[in-house]
Design a protein around this ligand. Sequence first.
Ligand SMILES: Nc1ncnc2c1ncn2[C@@H]1O[C@H](COP(=O)(O)OP(=O)(O)OP(=O)(O)O)[C@@H](O)[C@H]1O
Length: 319
Amino acid sequence: MTPDQVSAEETPRTAGNSVSVTGLRKSYGSNRAVEDLDLDVGSGELFGVLGPNGAGKSTLLEILVGLRERDAGTVEVLGADPSTDREHLRRRVAVQPQQAELFPNLTVRETLHLWASFHEEAEAPESVVERVGLTASADRRVHELSGGQERRLLIATALISEPLLVVLDEPSTGLDPNARAELWDVLLAFRDRGGTALLSTHSMEEAESLCDRVAVVDGGRIVACGAPADLVSEHAPHTVVSFRRTGAPNTAALRAMSGVEDIELHGNRVLVHTHRADEVVTELTAMTPPPQDLVRRAAGLDNVFRTLTGRSLDENEDG
Ligand SMILES: Nc1ncnc2c1ncn2[C@@H]1O[C@H](COP(=O)(O)OP(=O)(O)OP(=O)(O)O)[C@@H](O)[C@H]1O
């Protein structure tokens, strides 16, 4: 079964949505992990749930795939309720949790043959190997693979059942930029074949580069939802001028500069938010000593998050 082979009768859809959630709530004791959350993911979308650690992303995804019970709300995934219709969803939804394990001594090919044997209908392992770009490594053992190759093999084990929807919890955490880009290509190809992909991420770069639409979550709630470019133009239509800091920056003086709206400290860089970038760059370059490694860029989803919550997506930030 490929995404485009499934009839409407077999998989009832809700107005073109693969996922429809209303009023979802989940608490762990007194800790409210998900609060009155509404969400629609269209069929054929590559959809990202973006938020910092503890925002409720994993809890949401686990409820959607039937791994966790909700306290309240309605949930439809491919027209079924994951808490009661697990069998309906088992073949149609593939899940890649944050901590997934493979057998280290099996080869890539053996792994996929094993996973294929778990399903009544499965794609040929050879074609999945090719689709995730592991043909040259098909006979290598799992423990010999790079981190990126192993992650793509995990995705391959998810895709082998030819799911309509794949749900991935932070799929690219810990990967280097090349490995991330290769993994994104696999997900984009799945989307281009008609599949729906829902992933969580705390990387604004991943959300911006990969996702058709993004739900920005904080404290268990969606604070904004839309196409990345639309979210940026609505909530953060400004420029970020940044430079390398040497010693403790004089943030009070920077804040007092004409045109400066906000200052953030991010790692070894000072980020200056402004709608008047030319003016600010002129003022900054006139400072003594002049700022090093000055860069200007349009604001991104990290700035959307900051505008909407007053906090940073990146926990390690100190600004
Ligand atoms: N099994 C659990 N028992 C108690 N509290 C939990 C449990 N799982 C998650 N939580 C809490 O619920 C909140 C949401 O956690 P969740 O893991 O869903 O967020 P997240 O956005 O996926 O974060 P992370 O990226 O760190 O996994 C957090 O405050 C977390 O500590």
